[in-house]
Design a protein around this ligand. Structure first.
Ligand SMILES: Nc1ncnc2c1ncn2[C@@H]1O[C@H](COP(=O)(O)OP(=O)(O)OP(=O)(O)O)[C@@H](O)[C@H]1O
Length: 671
């Protein structure tokens, strides 16, 4: 039977004609939109932090490779039922585009999906939107500048936050090409950036200007983990042992939460001091990366690869370590593409798809939470991949984090169905920043609702507490010395209100117009730096001020976190039992009632159709005013119908396999 790719190839010239007409008509009404800021300008001006989002999504498509179309979609003219074109000739397999970029920022990709009606071939043009879109002509350097640099990922990690970049897409779409270039460029820039940040921090502490010139205050540790199906291994472990398929055998690494809730797999952690050392390490790990041929790409990577650069700030040894997590995800193969593989490969493929689905749930939930400032559950514990990404998904983490997903699609029209799957996977991550809703009602326990005066009052109380403590400690020392000299010191009197030397100018820490909510968006080192710059008394030692500042910002983060958790509990209580709106507010969920294994397998089988079918049912019920009915049975029925279809498909597959087995046995017997 001809595959849809072969059918498309057969009608290539018709599709090309339809596509040209569509493009001409489109260009008449709307010209192609470029990026907001030219690249040179972007490189000169630092990004504005106010405009940054927690989740950023970008699309990328690559140019076709030489001879790729003819090789990849080769049609055998001698085969039985060999396809012929409209003129009865073997189809000429040349490149035909399946993707059109109509806007770079916001990013808009149109996927051209071939179809067949009684009247002949048809083409549906499906639009998808992201924050950014990179067409086939965009070079790696520009992708890096507009993603990593423009979103301040390096400063974020150097300031104790977590920056994560994920490359997603069909096998062979260009994920590794992008990620490797991002990794090498980060190796190129990280140390220069660290010197700039380090110098600022050292000078703010009144440090030695010569030492500050080197700015060498960070320690960088690198790990490289590979997740193949359910199995994690260390890509920095050198091995000579190989398995039956010729893949290197490495120690299995456990991925689990420890007693204090951290996920820290026992990996080789290498300290790097220079760009060259980091570069060398990346090259070593990449050469170790397990690859093997799949149906679609001769050097396809079947595993997720996670490069983590942890950054310790030696000036703030107790602050959380910053992290850069760079993830080259396994190819998102469809069931159709993996079914001809052996059992092990099919299992890997299934596990990969499950982890990609869990990842989707987590990223969508994170995007939703950032946009609405409310609470949503992020199911990061459901899978090893998402567990490894705990620092960006755990809502209880005090570290600021930012995730960027770059969804890659093949440029070929024969891959359009794959492309629509990829684009509809990633497009919902794009969120619109929340509209200003006016100030939230004041709540003494929620710093996010405090005005400037209340913030100053709280900061003053915090610094007063520390000043009182150090005053008392000083008196204790003096009193001890007096005792030794046989004297007795006068008891310490309370200070005259307003005359206690706090050592800092509170108004410099929280200038007019800013509030606790603004302070809550600072990274710990930034707050510490601000406090050091606000020092007005030499009596307050740098070390003491640093420690006080870390504690105070920690207290503020804690109050914000507690307020968020309280809000979450209120929301949870108000929700109906069992029947809950899912994280996208789209459809109700009673998923826990199903056999989870089968439930996930069915979702993988249906791909994007699963969610689309549920959405369609929900929307219809909503339009007809039957939402309650949908909650109480409609959703369940829809899921049951899809599960039944999946079971029927599995039964048919099993029957087919049995027949093939019997036929093979018969042939073997005759022989
Ligand atoms: N933007 C691009 N420009 C030029 N060539 C590219 C581009 N992106 C990818 N390629 C080339 O396309 C081929 C496939 O890319 P790559 O290996 O990165 O795909 P992949 O999505 O990582 O596949 P897999 O999941 O199988 O690892 C490679 O030969 C790569 O060099």
């Amino acid at each position: 039977m001809a595959t849809s790719a072969t059918l498309t190839t057969t009608h290539l010239s018709t599709f090309r004609t339809i596509l040209d007409e569509w493009n001409q008509n489109r260009l008449k009404t709307s010209p192609i939109k470029g990026f907001h800021v030219p690249l040179e300008e972007l490189q000169q001006s630092p990004p504005s932090k106010d405009a940054l989002k927690d989740v950023i999504v970008a699309f990328r498509t690559r140019p076709p490779l030489p001879n790729e179309a003819a090789d990849k979609f080769h049609v055998d003219p001698d085969a039985k039922d060999a396809p012929v074109d409209e003129d009865g000739q073997p189809p000429v397999v040349e490149f035909c585009s399946g993707i059109t970029v109509t806007s770079a920022e916001p990013g808009v990709f149109f996927a051209h999906v071939p179809g067949m009606k009684w009247s002949g071939p048809t083409l549906t043009h499906k639009p998808y939107e992201a924050d950014l879109a990179f067409g086939p002509g965009i070079e790696n350097e520009e992708v890096y500048q507009r993603t990593v640099v423009a979103n301040d990922m390096l400063s974020l990690a150097l300031s104790g936050g977590v920056g994560c970049i994920l490359a997603y897409g069909q096998t062979g779409s260009g994920k590794t090409f992008t990620m490797e270039s991002v990794e090498h460029r980060i190796a190129r820039d990280l140390f220069d950036q660290a010197r700039i940040v380090g110098k600022r921090l050292l000078l703010a502490q009144g440090g030695d200007p010569v030492a500050a010139e080197n700015g060498d205050i960070f320690e960088f540790n690198v790990t490289f983990l590979e997740l193949l199906g359910k199995h994690a291994s260390d890509l920095l472990e050198s091995t000579t042992e190989v398995d039956a398929q010729g893949n290197p055998v490495r120690t299995e690494i456990a991925v689990r939460e420890d007693k204090v809730g951290s996920v820290r797999p026992n990996l080789i952690s290498s300290t790097v001091r220079t760009s060259a050392e980091l570069e060398e390490l990346i090259n070593k790990a990449l050469s170790h990366r397990r690859t093997s041929a799949t149906l679609r790409n001769a050097t396809s990577s079947r595993s997720h690869a996670l490069l983590t650069i942890s950054i310790k700030n030696r000036l703030l040894p107790y602050a959380d370590e910053g992290q850069l997590i760079l993830v080259d995800l396994a190819g998102s193969e469809r069931y159709e593409d993996s079914k001809d593989h052996d059992k092990q490969r099919m299992e890997e493929s299934r596990d990969n798809n499950k982890s990609l689905m869990n990842l989707k749930e987590c990223v969508r939930a994170k995007a939703k939470m950032a946009a609405e400032d409310g609470f949503v559950h992020i199911p990061w514990r459901s899978n090893k991949l998402t567990m490894l990404l705990k620092p960006i998904f755990d809502i209880e983490s005090r570290q600021p984090s930012r995730a960027m997903i770059i969804a890659h699609v093949s440029p070929h029209i024969q891959d359009s169905i794959h492309s629509t799957n990829t684009l509809s996977y990633a497009a919902p991550f794009k969120t619109i920043p929340p509209k200003p809703r006016g100030p939230a009602p004041y709540d003494a326990k929620d710093p996010r609702t405090w005005d400037h005066a209340k913030t100053i009052e709280w900061l003053t109380a915090q610094f007063t507490k520390h000043a009182m403590k150090s005053r008392q400690a000083e008196w204790n020392v003096k009193s001890k010395a007096a005792q030794l000299a046989g004297k007795k010191l006068k008891p310490l009197e309370d200070p005259v209100p307003g005359q206690l030397d706090l050592g800092v100018d509170i108004l410099k820490i929280c200038p007019e117009g800013s509030t606790a909510k603004d302070l809550g968006t600072l990274y710990t080192p930034q707050f510490v730096q601000r406090c050091l710059e606000a020092r007005i008394s030499e009596a307050l030692r740098t070390d003491a001020l640093k420690n006080n500042a870390v504690e105070i910002i920690g207290n503020l983060f804690y109050l914000i976190l507690t307020a968020k958790t309280r809000k979450r509990n209120e929301i949870m209580k108000s929700r109906k039992k069992l029947v809950t709106e899912d994280v996208y507010g789209e459809a109700p969920r009673i998923d826990a009632e199903y056999d989870q294994e089968e439930f996930l397998d069915a979702q993988i089988f249906f791909g994007t159709n699963w969610q689309e079918t549920i959405m369609a049912g929900y929307k219809k019920a909503k339009e007809e005013g039957r939402v309650e009915e949908w909650h109480n049975g409609g959703y369940g029925k829809t899921v049951e119908l899809m599960l039944e279809e999946y079971r029927a498909h599995k039964a048919a597959e099993a029957e087919k396999a049995e027949k093939v087995g019997k036929a093979e046995a018969a042939v073997a017997n005759n022989e």
